[in-house]
Design a protein around this ligand. Structure first.
Ligand SMILES: [Fe+2]
Length: 154
């Protein structure tokens, strides 16, 4: 059976691509607004889909789940502040906020995969796994778009 953490890791790789593009934009100073906007949209969507997983994780490890949720909120806040700075044409703030957004979103991926996912693999029952995978599919992705190749009938 596929594990929920595998589905979420696939989403993480997609988000990481946007974060890498953002890192390049920060370094070069060009295309920053587009890259933040793309990465933030992807992050928001992923966080929305990951919410049920964090709720379940919170039943086993409430502090860790709360910390990861707070990181999601902080990343979204940074992206909002970035938009406000962009509208006000505050270039210095935009750069700082883009860096902050990148750092927190990247850190969150690392911490989830290092601490949250192994814990979920150990703790979640098969039924919990199935329910979360169903929830993810209902949320409009996860099990539908991943890298399932032709001939892979699992
Ligand atoms: Fe995540």
């Amino acid at each position: 059976m596929r594990e929920i953490t595998e589905c979420l890791k696939e989403e993480h790789r997609a988000l990481e691509e946007s974060l890498d593009a953002l890192e390049a934009a920060i370094a070069s100073g060009s295309g920053l607004a587009e890259c933040v906007s793309r990465a933030a949209a992807r992050a928001r969507e992923h966080y929305r889909r990951e919410a049920a997983f964090l709720d379940r994780l919170g039943q086993y490890e409430p502090e860790l789940a709360a910390k990861l949720r707070a990181q999601h909120e902080e990343a979204c806040e940074m992206a909002e502040h970035f938009e406000q700075a962009r509208e006000a044409e505050q270039i210095g703030d935009m750069c700082a906020l883009a860096r902050r957004f990148h750092a927190i979103a990247q850190h969150n991926l690392i911490e989830e995969e290092r601490d949250g996912f192994p814990l979920a693999v150990r703790c979640f029952t098969n039924r919990e796994q199935r329910e979360l995978i169903d929830t993810l599919a209902e949320a409009g992705l996860g099990t539908k778009t991943p890298s399932r190749r032709a001939g892979d009938s699992r």
